[in-house]
Design a protein around this ligand. Structure first.
Ligand code: PRX
Length: 656
């Protein structure tokens, strides 16, 4: 669809009411909002009944701003809630995961009974290795069932998992292990990517050179082949786990027992260890999953196409779905492993009913053409979701038309690592959706859009998104740094949680999320800070100074553009520097991850600075996005930015 056509179309028919058929069977009924808003705390207490408690909580919320306790005197076990109770209820033969490998033709079906057996054996192996309640265990694994099993086994012991995305570098892994003092690591020898093995264990070996406290490493054999082995420290999963007893009697822990740490980028170079506790997190994951994905446990096959290395995988591949006892698809590969129609073949083969993914992936699938989804039977799908970044109306429309056959509601869900669960979203069966809008706070959630002074904006106006009341899955803080937690989220607008996102209320009062307003970039739905990438660049011996901005990109939402000044001798300055750019890109990949590689690096003799010496990133963003430059009068030397704009233009025209 051309842009003009799309706009005309949206003008004419910019909202989609739920179909009568969907309304008739929807989990969410319109009274839900009224019930929740009448007494949100009481409503959340009721939702906690979705869980199996050893001791039912008598208190719901204790709020000592910004520190919350939910269901504080209740006790439970996360793993029992995800697995044991479904088996005990007679659903042991139900499929928990249809796991689909990157490699064509390889798949595994894991029932709840099998999952329980795997979790118990793994728990027993972890006990043997010395893991105890409260210990931190790092997970650095591909998308294989053992990754889920490892999370559940750690949780079963009341230990804390810290999953590090397997695309992160050895340096990124070691800094995360050190920050929360993980003493155990669970990994695999390698992963498959488009059919080819790609090693993982060497990154762990390298990371552990600077982590002397790590006592044991448990390694799943996924790809085969030789691996470096440290005797006494390294243990094969198949040797340690498979010989264990298939039963394990769980202990129960307080609701506020820490369940997980997930590192995410903030505005500084050091990622933040966001931690979540058990009772509130599980309650909100389970409740949101039930209503937003309209879960029908007896007939649905749900597919969250994300990685367990991010919060979406934690909340909507592991905890939300398993507490609800549903059948899921878990996919190891990339969207084009085995061909660009791979996703559609998976939907067809497993009769997926719900698909949840990121706008970047939708835009990529859209670029690959309408013929691919058209060539497969996608009629099993009944609901679609998106998460992670703003979705442009064109991608939304394509998703609706070509994937959802114009019949599936789309839920555009806004949330964050810190919020733990979905916060702003349409509810299928209730909400009339608009392409590109996340619409409405979930029942029991209070959100607002405020101006610079913290006053609510009116309809038709934009501002900052804030959350105005505590919610069950809210992070309980930054691991080991309560002061940073207060300063980052609670001081900008006292008493309110500041999300870091810009938002708009439209004429009807509905919410549109506009992206980050701080130095956090969103690259393909992955969160990275400008400072983190700058820090990596200036760590290279040739770099004197670096400034990084996120520039808009048609596919990845944003892309990284870096402006770098080199330490050059007079003699070097006359030489061709083109090799340096690739070297710097590789350097960033090594220090952080390939996802952090700048799309463009502009070498410049100087950077635009204010008289107080601050780099003017705003101007660099204008340059990177080809906009006319704003006010340059505060710069020490206004000619610098014009020179950079000239360099950028030369670079862009030579690429065309
Ligand atoms: O900017 C928002 C964007 O992703 C950020 C959170 O990133 P992360 O903690 O990695 O979690 C991503 C998955 C939950 C937010 O601050 N974001 C997330 N969902 C949306 C979104 N932006 C617009 N629309 C969304 N639906």
């Amino acid at each position: 669809m051309t842009e003009a056509k799309l706009e005309a179309w949206l003008d004419e028919k910019r909202a989609f009411a739920p179909s009568a058929a969907f309304v008739a069977t929807a989990n969410a009924k319109p009274s839900l909002y009224d019930e929740a808003n009448a007494d949100p705390v009481a409503w959340w207490r009721k939702q906690a009944e979705r869980l199996t408690w050893e001791k039912e909580p008598t208190s719901t919320l204790e709020w000592d701003l910004p520190f919350a306790k939910w269901y504080g005197d209740g006790t439970l076990n996360a793993s029992v809630n995800c697995v044991d109770r479904h088996v005990a209820a007679g659903n042991g033969d139900k499929v928990a995961y249809h796991w689909v490998a990157d490699i064509e033709g390889e798949s595994r079906t894991i029932t709840y009974a099998q999952l329980l057996k795997m979790v118990c054996q793994t728990t027993n192996a972890l006990v043997e290795l010395g893991v105890k309640k409260g210990d931190r265990v790092a997970i650095y694994m591909p998308m294989i069932p053992e990754a889920v099993v490892a999370m559940l086994a750690i949780a079963r012991l009341g230990a804390i998992h810290s999953v590090v995305f397997a695309g992160f570098s050895a340096d990124a892994l070691s800094s995360r292990i050190l920050d929360s003092d993980c003493q155990y690591v669970i990994t695999a020898d390698g992963a498959f990517r488009r059919g080819a093995p790609s090693p993982l264990k060497p990154a762990v070996d390298e990371a552990l050179q600077s982590c002397p406290n790590v006592k044991a490493v448990l390694v799943v054999r996924r790809t085969g082949g030789d691996v470096h082995w440290v005797e006494g420290r390294d243990h094969w999963w198949h040797e340690e786990v498979e010989r264990q007893s298939e039963s394990h009697t769980p202990e129960f822990f307080p609701a506020e027992q820490t369940l997980l740490i997930m590192y995410t980028s903030g505005t500084t170079a050091k990622p933040k260890g966001i931690f979540h506790t058990t009772g509130g997190y599980l309650t909100q994951c389970a409740t949101t999953y039930h209503y937003i994905f309209d879960v029908k446990p007896s007939s649905d096959v749900l597919w969250t196409a994300a990685d367990i290395g991010w919060i979406t995988g934690h909340s909507y591949i592991v905890y939300g779905p398993l507490v609800n006892g549903v059948t899921q698809i878990m996919y190891e590969g990339l969207p084009d492993s085995g061909g660009r129609d791979r996703w559609w073949r998976i939907v067809e083969e497993f009769k997926a009913t719900v698909l949840y993914t990121a706008p970047t992936t939708i835009r990529t699938l859209m670029k690959w053409g309408d013929e691919l989804p058209k060539g497969r039977d996608l009629s099993s799908l009944r609901l679609l979701g998106t998460v992670g970044e703003p979705i442009n109306p064109e991608a939304w429309m394509w998703y609706r038309e070509h994937v959802g056959g114009n019949r599936c509601p789309i839920v555009d869900t806004w949330w964050q690592t810190e919020t733990g669960s979905i916060m702003i979203t349409p509810l299928p069966g209730i909400t009339t959706t608009k392409p590109g809008a996340a619409m409405t706070p979930f029942p029991g959630i209070s959100a607002d859009v405020v101006d610079n002074e913290g006053n609510s904006v009116g309809n038709g106006e934009g501002g900052y998104l804030v959350i105005t009341a505590p919610w069950p899955a809210m992070t309980r803080g930054i691991y080991g740094d309560p002061e940073r937690f207060k300063a980052t989220y609670w001081e900008r607008f006292p008493g309110k949680y500041f999300a870091g996102d810009g938002a708009k209320r439209d004429e009807d009062g509905d919410l549109w999320l506009l992206g980050r307003i701080d130095d956090v970039m969103n690259i393909s739905g992955h969160r990275l800070s400008t400072t983190e990438v700058e820090h990596a660049l200036v760590g290279h011996p040739s770099v004197a100074e670096a400034a990084v901005v996120g520039a808009s990109d048609d596919t990845t939402g944003q892309a990284i553009v870096a402006f770098v000044t080199l330490k050059l001798s007079a003699e070097d300055a006359t030489k061709d520097q083109s090799g340096v750019i690739e070297e710097l890109r590789q350097h960033v990949a090594k220090v952080i991850s390939p996802i952090a590689k700048p799309r463009q690096i502009i070498l410049t003799p100087d950077l635009p600075k204010t008289r107080s010496g601050k780099i003017m990133r705003r101007l660099l963003r204008d340059v990177a996005e080809n906009r006319s430059l704003g006010d340059v009068t505060t710069l020490t030397d206004p000619t610098v930015v014009n020179m950079i704009a000239g360099l950028m233009q030369t670079e862009n025209s030579s690429e065309e």
